[in-house]
Design a binder for this molecule. Sequence first.
Ligand code: NAP
Ligand code: GLV
Length: 315
Amino acid sequence: MADPITLLLDVPSGWAGHWAGPLSELLPGARLLRQDEGPIDTARVDYLITFRPRKGLIASLANLKAVFSLGAGVDGILADPDFPRDIPLMRFVDRSLSRELAQYVVMHVLIFHRGQRYFDAAQAMNKWRQRPLLRPTEDTRIGILGMGEIGTMCAERLRDLDFPVTGWSRTRKSVTGVESFSGAGELAPFLARSDILVCLLPLTPETKGILNAKTFALLPRGAFVINAARGGHLIEADLVEAIDTGHLAGATLDVFQHEPLPADSVLWNHPKITVTPHIAAITDPRAAARAISEGITALERGEPAAHRVNIARGY
Ligand code: NAP
Ligand code: GLV
């Protein structure tokens, strides 16, 4: 009898239980190895399921056929210099993930746009303080950096709330009611008309540090920044400086240079910054198990799996 297909589930301790059930259900013939269940026979592993593999793990898997990312972003996997560039890497793409991130972005756009922090402060003082919108919706221009699976859904949801929306991507897009800017040459005019800037780019050598002092200077005075992509996109000190000098109105950050965000980071207590702990969109284990089982089934038949990452491009 042929050896069963062997999967290694590499998730933070405490999370394996969430993933193992749906995977075993959808791949009943496969052997599922978990790092929390003792030593692994690394030579037997056919498929790795991971998000941020620890250093040395991938190098130890000599017979690896493919890697499945538990997230949309694969920067944590490609950061491993031992990642074998000739095997397929699949990222997680699912409507549930885009929808959650779109909810997060819409919520934080509205909290800023509607001045919710002002009313929270008034409530804390038992004060009845009415105030109109500081800027009409039709004049609040939203710019989305990254018009992929997630950025496009965010753009559509915000457009449907009557905000003027533009997107910036490598290649030009055609999304109804959303103006498209593309390439490095069109970044400056895109930024100049972004009262709220939302970052949904993948982290690659080209996009690393893209949210910096120069970028912020190109935004209109009073702009607001939402980073729900990766901490590596943002130069945190430049953001604080741009807010403290009054050029930017504030920011919402879900992702950070160092995660968990260190307890002594100035970002935690900054009055104009909202911090969330990388929860803008959390992968649904059932949806991920479905995508992984379909991918493995395809690969075992010698067919391509969906959502294969272009390793040279980095996303
Ligand atoms: P995607 O479908 O691959 O879309 C990426 C977009 O970025 C594409 O529109 C792409 O342009 C654009 N892009 C890439 N490099 C660029 C460059 N150098 N210049 C201009 N545009 C560039 O990715 P996705 O599924 O939407 O996910 C986006 C990111 O969201 C992920 O990589 C991850 O980091 C982040 N994320 C965060 C959370 C969270 O909880 N905070 C959850 C899920 C995802 P083209 O279309 O022209 O190629
Ligand atoms: C989460 O950060 C993801 O990339 O899906």
